[in-house]
Design a protein around this ligand. Structure first.
Ligand SMILES: [Zn+2]
Length: 404
């Protein structure tokens, strides 16, 4: 069958099954579950796939709410990963993650049931805890994603687009320890931990003027123990989260910020311990997958296509996967241009007609990309080769931000 006819048949199949899947998205929206606690959502998606004959494993990568579902046709074809997130924010599904599972279910079921006369494998990965908890990084560490050649994901947005870069960085937590003594009678014996922390935060303010424009620094005080009037603070904890689109600058930024904490401790005679967590890598783009997504979106007359496409997104754990294999996210518009994610407006649109249209369209775009990869060995090999080339080029990149 010709590729366009095949896509047309797949789109008709998606039309037949999509309404209940839109209702499933509404159901997920109605019981928002935060990262690592997506028990009901994960079960709902798994049950649906299992009923339709997918080979299911519930709980993979050491995460109860992650899952792995497989359909394989023949041998030796490309193995396509369909990733979906489903965690909510404290205010609910204000990032649209409730739509991702139903989209990928529609894609997987359509590709399984419409006759395709070439070998391929579909692996649907349920990936919990995207919002700040790095579910995908944990899954990767435990060996997930080794059975797929490429990873595709869909995300609701204010434009239909793709992106190239994401933020890298980490969080540094600093714990200052001081020396307590009577602040009035023996002030010379005290060493105030809060002084150290406040100086460090001041130092971080000064560094803002001496970093690349894309660097974000978010800092704050976590805790402070001691009475302010006559006993000096003996323990004070603060943090800084730093982000940059230049992955190669992460090491340098970490060193400079750590030095600020150490310098502040030195100035105040206190001790400081600095710990790093939530390390985030920057995304490696797949320009070829991005192009396939945009071509399919264009052919389906997707709304609010951004031209040129988006260069940057925020920090995302999808970036870890993108360093492992060629990966791309299709953003599908469902809110007016300029509506930010994680906002009340995004939340309010979660069960709208436009949200349902985005599910329908997202499924058709992703299914179209999968058909492109199955249909042409040449395209598929180009995608793999481009990833290797970009990875090699990035390994050889040198940063010029370090002072000598
Ligand atoms: Zn999101």
């Amino acid at each position: 069958m010709k590729k366009d006819n095949l896509k047309e048949q797949i789109n008709q199949y998606i039309e037949k099954i999509v309404n209940p899947l839109c209702r499933m998205a509404d159901t997920i929206f109605d019981y928002p579950e935060m990262g690592f606690k997506e028990y009901k959502t994960s079960a709902l998606l798994c049950d649906w796939l299992e009923e339709r004959g997918f080979d299911m494993i519930r709980g993979v990568g050491g995460l109860d709410t992650a899952f792995h579902a497989v359909y394989e046709q023949g041998n030796g074809g490309p193995s396509i990963g369909l990733l979906c997130e489903y965690d909510a924010l404290p205010i609910g599904h204000a990032c649209g993650h409730h739509m991702q599972g139903p989209v990928m279910l529609a894609v997987a079921d359509a590709l399984k049931n419409v006759a395709i006369n070439k070998p391929f494998k579909l692996v649907i990965y349920g990936t919990p805890a995207e919002e700040g908890l790095q579910g995908k990084a944990r899954m990767l560490e435990k060996g997930c994603f080794n059975d797929i050649d490429v990873a595709l994901m869909v995300h609701a947005g204010d434009h239909t687009t793709v992106d190239v870069k994401s933020l890298a960085g980490a969080r540094l937590d600093a714990k200052f320890k001081g020396v307590a003594a009577h602040a009035s009678l023996t002030p010379e014996l005290t060493r105030d931990s809060l002084d150290g922390l406040l100086l460090a935060l001041q130092g971080i303010e000064f560094i803002r003027g001496h970093v690349k424009n894309d660097v974000r620094l978010l800092c704050g005080i976590k805790d402070c123990v001691g009475m302010p009037s006559n006993t000096d603070q003996t323990s004070a904890e603060g943090y800084v989260v730093f982000r940059t689109y230049h992955s190669c600058d992460v090491e340098d930024l970490e060193k400079r910020l750590t030095d600020i904490f150490k310098g502040a401790a030195l100035m105040t005679g206190t001790n400081v311990r600095v710990g790093k967590s939530l390390e985030m890598v920057g995304k490696l783009p797949s320009h070829m997958l991005n192009k396939l997504i945009l071509d399919n979106a264009q052919n389906l007359s997707a709304p609010q296509i951004l031209k040129p496409h988006r260069e940057k997104t925020g920090a995302t754990d999808f970036a870890f996967v993108s360093r492992h294999i060629p990966s791309a996210v299709c953003r599908v518009a469902f809110v007016p241009k300029g509506t930010p994610s994680h906002s009340q407006a995004f939340l309010d649109a979660g069960k709208s007609q436009r949200a349902h249209e985005a599910i329908r369209l997202g499924a058709k775009i992703i299914a179209g990309v999968v058909v492109d990869l199955i249909d042409s060995e040449e395209t598929f090999q180009h995608v793999l080769q481009e990833h290797l080339d970009i990875k090699t080029a990035e390994e050889n990149v040198t940063c010029n931000s370090t002072a000598v």
